[in-house]
Design a protein around this ligand. Sequence first.
Ligand code: ATP
Length: 270
Amino acid sequence: SRAKLFDENDKVRVTFKDVAGLEGAKEEVEEIVEFLKNPEKFTKLGGKIPKGALLVGPPGTGKTLLAKAVAGEAKVPFFSLSGSDFVEMFVGVGASRVRDLFKNAKDKAPAIIFIDEIDAIGRARGKNNFTGGNDERENTLNQLLTEMDGFGTDTNVIVLAATNRADVLDKALMRAGRFDRLIHVDLPELNERKEIFDVHLKPLKLGTDVDSEFLSKQTPGFSGADIANVCNEAALVAARKNKEVIEKQDFLDAVDRIVGGLEKKNKLIK
Ligand code: ATP
């Protein structure tokens, strides 16, 4: 069966209140929401609406969530694809997929295009050629650059891309008029972890001894995705014990498990 070309979501429900912490990043993308909602406000002053922004940060820190929230806040469709999907693609498919993606987004503008793991497409050309099949990746990258250069700032499509490896990206991607804005999405600090816990604890049935401040102190180095994981795991632990509510100890057990999982993953990477 043929792979889906890309995902389209016309009714994104994620908003900024689902994204905890990340105040700086949120502030930067708020401007993009404004551009999408009210382009005339800027264009009548002669301003040029940016075409693209790059969200840079470690895995699980909320880059996809933030991009979705931009679409949700602006109430525009969200088109997405992942760079890693291109890795095993037949010659010619990558470029045509990019072309289709942009055509569909332009037809529905204003819209957001989100490209996750852009490094899989956008690695500096001429490097890491040991895997072969690089022509295809280059064709895809070239098509992406062509598309971004091809639409005027009045098109009202903004392309957000995410990576945890900005250092390996082809500099051509970051040139003016392309992904010329870098937005850092870092691992959460103590108080941000508390806010992320608050978001993910909300739908849970909790014992009176559960407190997000305590949990944030138990989870240094955790990403937002890890925290979401802890909350879900704690619910599983409590369910296994046939409990009516999730208690502090269930969270501590969940933290231990996640830490164990993270250590294993790190060992595999090394
Ligand atoms: P990757 O680089 O692995 O694609 P990402 O940075 O795109 O990761 P997301 O996919 O956005 O991370 O995050 C995964 C999940 O973790 C989110 O759906 C959400 O449940 C939770 N999460 C991550 N960051 C936050 C945050 N800042 N606030 C609330 N939840 C978060």
